[in-house]
Design a protein. Sequence first.
Length: 270
Amino acid sequence: MRKIKTLYAILIPWMVAFTCTAASAQVLLEEGKVNLNVIPGENITGKLTLHNNSGSEVDMKVYWEDFAYKPPFDGSKDFLPQGTTKHSLAGWVNIPSGVLRFPPFARKEVPYTINVPDDMQKGHYGVLFFEKQNREAVLEKGVNIVSRVGCLFFIEPKDKVKKVDLKNFRFTGKELTADFTNQGNVILIPDGTFYIIDQEGMVFDRGQIRKIYLPPGETGEYEMTLNADLDPGAYTLVMTIGLEEDDVVVKEIDFKKSYPSDFNIIEIRD
């Protein structure tokens, strides 16, 4: 059995714990995301773990859907019937069918198998939902609590292609923005940082670049905000963009600040 890392701190649009009845039966899903690098023709077996932390029995429907990150690629998703997207996992994954009966205070492991086609050439994605059989939401203290939780699946080739194009850099006040295009064959969630130095190499500013969630072939705005109040003069901004698995892109942007707050890009280097 292939070992799958359990992640407890994934923030996703549904809750990892949900309330199923007015009696507050609570079900917890340990895994928020499964990320596997596979080879064509490989067969993978795994499992997800759920906990019923209440004294009430819960019936849950188990089913697959596609998901797709959508503009402005800030992490928001569309959930779609399986087989809808060109990156779907439909037909690859086998899961228990029907409804799971979940006893009080029980721990349940839900198995799955993934049969990777021989011609796999790009990343494929889906979400496994566990949903209370009664789909009505519970109104509790003025908040609608949707009675389903899910685990995202990222199934990507081991020889994945991670290639990006950054162009059209522009300043809007203290915001530096570039058009980020994913030219590879898997979803990219870059982890970017920057720092600014003057002509003598003194560091004047550091910061994080806003995260984007970019499917193959898509272009999103990659934005960062300068924190320091720079004096007029010439500077270099160095971007370091981590693409996971030790893949890194570095860009150097020479720019000039003029009085009182004009920024002009002079040169961009890899």
